[in-house]
Ligand binder design. Sequence first.
Ligand code: TRP
Length: 350
Amino acid sequence: MKKVILTGDRPTGKLHLGHYVGSLKSRVMFQNTGNYDMYVFIADLQALTDNARNPEKIRNSLLEVALDYLAVGLDPNKITFFVQSQIPELTELTIHYMNLVTLARLKRNPTIKTEINERGFKEAVPVGFLTYPISQAADITAFKADLVPVGDDQLPLIEQCKEIVHTFNNLYGNILKEPEAVLADNKACTRLPGIDGKAKMSKSLNNCIYLSDTKEEVKNKVMSMYTDPNHIRVEDPGKIEGNTVFTYLDAFATDEHFKKYLPEYKNLDELKEHYQRGGLGDVKVKKFLLAIIEELLEPMRERRAYYKEHIDLVYNMLEEGSKKARKVAQNTLKEVRDAIGINYFDKKAN
Ligand code: TRP
């Protein structure tokens, strides 16, 4: 049997380059091996846990995220795409798992702690938000996922899911599968900084390059990127550490890019060395980065434009995928109900 890969995104806005290098890129890679049974889903219920008063935002983002998936080259013939809210079995699984997790454990989850701080919830955190790691465990286990490609901020959630799997299996028998997180292979990719050099691309910081940005927008953003503030004249030595343009090159540049756009350097090490020595201007490095990003985004724009013209195809893909995924979740839920013993009227169980 093929291994199962599952991953999802909250629909709270358009996806950006951080999502691409952190997770979308590896999804395309896994897809193209043909060796996996893949599910990619839009976690609208999870997005609602801190947007209950603004459901329009989630509703509008659903399509944006679906278009981003198709734009990066994820293929509905190879992947089952679904929408979390269309699979009620996930919600019942969540209820069963809730009995296996303590409030103290939820409050200790580092990702949740950070997010509660970022949102300024303090004690007024919605119960649905605090407990979304349990619902995320339901997402993962419903499909018996082996691998979950995610950003490193998701590791505590996968950890919590594993604990739930252990507790459940110990209590009720070996039903659930323990998942494994898959991280991007390079540090720059795991946590791509914003164009302002801030820790992470984030919509609220207004420092993202979106996969759907126009050529003009991308150009303006790359040309305004944070570099080394002390690298004033071209002949000055420059710093690589904390220099966003070089962090992006770490994430995106290949030797082929050098051959194509900057043949006077063999690879990134040579370029870095020149920059550190002095005599290499920011504009030249930024133009190189821009060429690389454009090479990546241009085909995405074309695919996105096609599906925007054929939006019924996108809805159809989500609807059909949700039906298919629901069957899988129904099977798992049945096993879970049987294991707990809440199958009173099932003739075979009596
Ligand atoms: N928490 C993920 C995010 O913030 C979304 C998500 C929900 C998810 N359920 C998941 C990711 C299951 C991987 C597996 O984007």
